[in-house]
Design a protein around this ligand. Structure first.
Ligand SMILES: *Cc1c(COP(=O)(O)O)cnc(C)c1O
Length: 371
């Protein structure tokens, strides 16, 4: 839960502490974590691991426990080698970085390449966490707008980069919360214009339509490019907290300078390797989730709603004069989605057939009530 206690009157409250001024009044990140029957709000893969994977995770944790008195491998070499193999594209372990979720990877990137007097630019609307990483690393946060259909216009993107000369550019593809994938030729223009480092956040890449190219293809050409991925979404491993990045070995060396020592626990490293060994099984539902997404898009459009084209495992839809009322109406029926994105829009994750039916039934009722 995200609730904050009321201010104590004895001088021991948050307001009495010498907090950094830019953090005063800030709330911790918080998609609500509510215990409801249908959770379609944070783009998790709804399918839990099989008994075989659970047993292998438990065995790996038990083995790690036998050396729990020792620090883990600081460089997570075995895990990074496995991640390189999973990604392919001729990548090697020294070109891979891993951390506790790709959120931590991004923080490492800004720690190494941004900071006071530097800036990071992205294309809005986009991932709500980026401005928080910027704030936390004392970096100036800049945005350039996407088009009305949420694509990035290459000429406007290049113009924004030339105007601001950001030290870091984040391009999210497929984008969150809109689901929009970025074409490789647009990406190339952005990379060629950017004076600093470029991060392509491919958290949802596995859900993209067949034939959608990955920015990994561009790594050999652009030494200041990095591509981030996560095991939290397609991989059905959000609870394992493992995100990673592919770039040049030199780029990875920069991140190694600023990471905390032993940042990836022995248990995290061991169980992530188990998950990678079972990649085929864990990714098996991706095709089902893509199909659920596409069916839902058609259904939503059939309700007379606007639907953003999505290459991710969620859909942004709208527009509602009072989106909060729609969100609340769904929650009252046990369906939790996300109130995010531009005004009037809502985001729903692709789920199991039962979850999709529950969402559609609830939305039909809510639409009747609110229209
Ligand atoms: C979910 C998400 C991530 C992944 O976060 P983790 O820390 O790896 O769980 C990264 N980027 C975007 C845009 C996301 O939506």
């Amino acid at each position: 839960m995200t609730g904050t206690a009321g201010p104590p009157s004895d001088g021991s409250g948050l307001a009495d502490l010498p907090l950094r001024p830019e953090l005063v009044g800030e709330e911790p990140y918080g998609a609500p974590q509510l215990d409801v029957p249908y959770r379609l709000n944070v783009n998790e893969n709804p399918y839990p691991p099989s008994a075989v994977v659970i047993a292998d995770i438990a065995a790996a944790a038990a083995t790690a426990a036998t050396e729990m008195n020792r620090y883990p491998d600081r460089e997570a070499r075995a895990l990074r080698a496995d991640l390189a193999t999973y990604l392919g594209h001729g990548l090697t372990a020294d070109q891979i970085w891993a951390a506790n979720g790709s959120n931590e990877v991004m923080l490492h990137v800004l720690g190494a390449f941004a900071g006071p007097g530097r800036s990071v630019l992205s294309f809005a609307p986009t991932y709500s966490m980026y401005p928080e990483y910027a704030r936390d690393t004392h970096t100036t946060w800049l945005t350039a707008p996407r088009q009305d259909d949420f694509t990035i216009d290459p000429d406007r993107a290049v113009a924004a980069i030339k105007e601001h000369r950001p030290d870091v550019v984040f391009v999210t593809s497929p984008n969150n919360p809109t689901g929009t994938a970025v074409a490789l030729d647009t990406l190339i223009k952005i990379i060629e214009a950017a004076p600093g480092v470029i991060i392509v956040d491919e958290a949802y890449y596995e859900f993209a339509r067949a034939g959608t190219p990955s920015a990994l293809e561009l790594l050999p050409r652009f030494p200041r490019l990095a591509v981030t991925r996560t095991m939290s979404k397609a991989f059905a491993f959000a609870g394992g907290r493992l995100g990673y990045l592919a770039a040049s070995a030199a780029f990875v060396d920069a991140l190694r300078i600023i990471r905390l020592p032993y940042h990836l626990s022995a248990v995290t490293q061991a169980v992530a390797r188990v998950a990678l060994a079972h990649a085929d099984e864990l990714l098996a539902r991706v095709a089902d989730l893509r199909a659920a997404r596409d069916e839902l898009a058609v259904w939503l459009a059939g309700q007379g709603l606007e639907v953003a084209e999505s290459d991710a495992n969620f859909i942004l839809f709208g527009r509602f004069p009072d989106r909060h009322a729609v969100w609340q109406g769904l929650l009252d029926r046990g369906v939790l989605i996300r109130e995010t994105g531009p005004d009037g829009w809502l985001r729903v994750s692709a789920g199991t057939p039962a979850e999709m039916t529950a969402f559609k039934d609830a939305l039909e009722t809510v639409l009747k009530e609110t229209r």
